[in-house]
Design a protein around this ligand. Structure first.
Ligand SMILES: C[S@@+](CC[C@H](N)C(=O)[O-])C[C@H]1O[C@@H](n2cnc3c(N)ncnc32)[C@H](O)[C@@H]1O
Length: 325
């Protein structure tokens, strides 16, 4: 996938406003802080304007791709649902705002909660270039999610790449609070690592106990069948811009962002037969699919003999839902 053209331009503008060398250095340090999970002494991952610009230039495209993919899977299970209000907790530069407004242009009211002033300033600057009125008019609030804050219930609540920045002891309380302000659906996205998955899976159990229906990626509300060294995650390919390639000093024209997620809803989603949890293995005459189903993890082989199923299986990708047959 590509970033929306207006977002790409807005990021290029933002990047042009900071010295390239500082941003490239900041991107490298930020990237190693995220990889190691080592926050700065003040408990945050950012400390300068160059860090914020580096985040927007080098992480935002990838987190946009993951958020878009997760929201899109939730949307497919609720095709008649059109959220009017959105709350994004730990919005950074507004990544989820851009992704959600692409998928649901009918959104009317968006509130973004973020504690970092630099992120808020950067996010507002980027949003000023948006074609979408809802992106330009989003309300930014400086809030510490772990402190006192209030919100009216919102149709859609998102928190993306935030749980891994919070102390373990505070995550459960925050999830309870986010669920309490969710009128319809709460979407949580984390890095597609064993640690990211472990935050997602704990949250999944907590939300099911609170009465939520998991509408994506899971085809059921039963205990997650992944165990041992395995972890449920997906991958989204995103094109790199020229500027990004410079910042990352990368040669590839794309990157694959791995992510784990759940969409928890107060309403049931349309039923699915299963979810494809690995890249399909395409062999001469057959395709092998690894699925998560209500009956557990299954490996299934679709042969050319079953013409219709084979045609469908050829178009299936890792992360897709299988419709009931
Ligand atoms: C990795 S960034 C993710 C930003 C955005 N959601 C995205 O996916 O691109 C994490 C963001 O959460 C914010 N954050 C972390 N802890 C927070 C807290 N206690 N209260 C408010 N924001 C917080 C950080 O300032 C940062 O902007």
């Amino acid at each position: 996938m590509d970033l929306p053209a207006d977002l790409r331009l807005a990021l290029a503008n933002e990047l042009a406003s900071a010295p390239q060398k500082n941003v490239a250095d900041a991107a490298e340090k930020l990237s190693s802080r995220y990889r190691s999970g080592q926050a700065l002494a003040n408990g945050t991952f950012l400390h300068s304007r160059a860090d914020v610009v580096a985040y927007a230039a080098y992480r935002l495209p990838a987190t946009f791709a993951a958020i878009y993919a997760a929201l899109n899977e939730a949307r497919k299970r609720r095709p008649d649902w059109h959220p009017h209000s959105l709350l994004d907790a730990g919005s950074g530069p507004g990544t989820a705002l851009w992704a959600a407004s692409e998928l649901w242009p009918e959104l009317e009211q968006v509130t973004l909660l973020e504690r970092d002033d630099g992120m808020i300033t950067c996010g507002k600057q980027i949003a000023a270039h948006a074609r979408s009125r809802i992106v330009r008019e989003a309300v930014w609030q400086k809030v510490d999610l772990l402190g006192p804050w209030e919100s009216e219930p919102k149709d859609l609540v998102i928190t993306a790449y935030v749980l891994n920045e919070l102390p373990a002891s505070r995550r459960e309380t925050l999830i309870d609070k986010l669920w309490s302000v969710t009128a319809d659906t709460l979407v949580i996205i984390e890095p597609g690592t064993p640690a990211g998955y472990s935050h997602v899976i704990q949250t999944r159990q907590q939300l099911i106990a609170a009465g939520a229906n998991i509408i994506a990626p899971c085809p059921h509300n039963l205990p997650c069948p992944m165990a041992g060294n395995d972890w449920c995650h997906f991958s989204q390919r995103i094109a790199r811009t020229r500027l990004q390639r410079q910042v990352k000093q990368a040669t590839l024209s794309y990157e694959d962002e791995k992510f784990s997620y759940i969409a928890a809803s107060r309403t049931m989603g349309s039923p699915i037969q299963g979810r494809v949890i690995r890249h399909p293995q395409i062999r001469p005459g057959h395709i092998q699919l690894q699925l998560c189903t209500p009956e557990g993890l299954r490996s299934t082989i679709v042969t050319r003999k079953d013409k219709e199923a084979f045609r469908e299986a050829r178009d299936i990708a890792w992360g897709d839902a299988l419709s009931p047959r």
